[in-house]
Design a binder for this molecule. Sequence first.
Ligand code: B12
Ligand code: SF4
Length: 517
Amino acid sequence: MKILLYNPDNGITRNFMPHLWMFLLQALTPKEHEVILIDGNAKAMSREELVKFCKTENIGLVGIGAMTRMVARAYLVADSLREAGIKVVMGGPHVTECPDEALGKDGGKRHADAVALGEADETWHLIVEDAANGTLKEIYQPKVDAKGNDIKPSLQPYPHIPWETLDLEQFSLVPKFLQKPMSKLGAGWGKFFVVPIETGRGCPYGCEFCTVTGFFGDSIRFRSNESVIEELLRLKARAKQEKGQIAVFFIDDNLAINKKRLKSLLRDVIAADAQLPWVAQISANLLADEELVDLIADSGGKWIFIGMESIDPANMADVNKTFSKPANYKDVLDGLARRNIYAITSFIFGMDNDTVGVASRTVGEIESWSPGLPVFGQLTPFPSTPLYDRLEKAGRLHRPKHWLEFAPFVMAHNPLKMTIDEAKDETFNAWSRSYSPERNWEAINAIKDSPIDVRISHLVARLFFRGVYFPQMGKMAWIKLLLDNRKPILALTKEGLTTWRNARKKSRGKIVTSPTV
Ligand code: B12
Ligand code: SF4
């Protein structure tokens, strides 16, 4: 049987990274079946095109995964496929939390023939076999223990994802026309992939708005160091062979949740010379450890995503995240910056203690820290989270099924001390100020003592991150952005060229000087 694994596009940005679940399920599919992957973010297809593709390719089963944020789009795609007589199974966090909705048992339209609840590592092969035999069931769920809890996959052994041979073309971030000239730059930039790797699953912290503790459980499971390093080495070899670059996103929810284990992993990565540039999510409270931060730098860590949420301790208490202390954020970021590691700092507006002006207060504080890439969202009640239950009980849910009428940056509940419109304005203000050309120039100047490559990647990252909020998919949007930011771009280009020329002239003993940015 031919299987298509499909990820719907998120409707706003082109994702910078493919989704791990697709590669994982592909690796876990019994060998007699063929699996094709399509990510709607990388390869845009209309519903008609997708149905036609499935018919032409004689696809017997389509697996669709979606977060709550994308589920309405996923349902539309699923509906079209089912209308064409193609079987659809859906999985991932949203349908696990709302299986009746996907199966049409809540009074609404049915969107899926089957749903996979929870982690599907051990149920996927059953789904495939049943679909091939024409005996697909409605619900697949992991086996349960004596207490009725899901038995979670141990991650040891971990499936072999054949990165060295997979067709990753649709996921390269370098446009086709630039691939040839870019492959000649330095170690080669002909292709650039950000690849998701997990080293563990689960988080015990239980923040009120988060689905992770409920979905993956509070007991953490880790892969062996050897298995992670083996995967990194294969990726490193592929990057070299393709004259391209591969960066890794360790998608664990909190990579340093067990610091002893992470230190051991990073030491082993260094010893095996398996370093690739990497990004990971780590909470601020775990980053005060100097030894750990040194290991992060030495093992290739470049950017750390930190869920800072709010600079107001009262808000942190409201969402059960008091382990993360706003008073320590500056020290954490400065410690990272001393090692040329920068942070993607995530903030949430519309929390219960937020009032008008929260954006200006937050951004003012952020600007007093080492520069990073701030991102701003709004408190969102995802189904099955303690936050959803609290707001529902209090009758505060304005749009209880907000995912079916998705509206970007419009809150689904009424915040206590501001209106939904005010929260939207605050979010706009924070993004506008944080990514204005003036702020970009200021941020690059603030790290003028960092190596030129670090400053260039900081600026490039700033230009891309702006796109999380401001649509910049078309050519004209990019041209305008580059013109607006010409000051740092020209200054860094000039300095970069001088550095490159100096490297070439070094052997002749002739050095050119240029002002730094
Ligand atoms: C990496 C990541 C991202 C990446 C993008 C996704 C990517 N390209 O990988 C980035 C950083 C961009 C991101 C962004 C966001 N994310 Co995110 N992200 C994650 C993260 C940390 C890892 C995902 C992952 O790969 N997990 C590991 C794999 C193995 O697990 P899995 O995807 O759940 O898949 C398993 C099962 O669910 C199942 N399964 C999944 N799909 C399918 C499909 C089929 C057919 C079947 C049978 C089974 C199946 O099988 C898999 C193996 O067991 C998760 C948290 C987590 N630990 O999962 C959050 C998470 C998915 N994100 C979340 C959210 C909320 C967001 C944002 C909306 C945040 C925001 N406010 O902006 C954005 C929106 C994204 C966008 N605009 O596209 C929530 C989703 C909650 C929900 N109910 O939807 C999560 C769960 C985190 C949380 N705090 O609760 N995210
Ligand atoms: S620390 Fe992160 S992953 Fe863990 S519960 Fe809190 S928000 Fe979720």
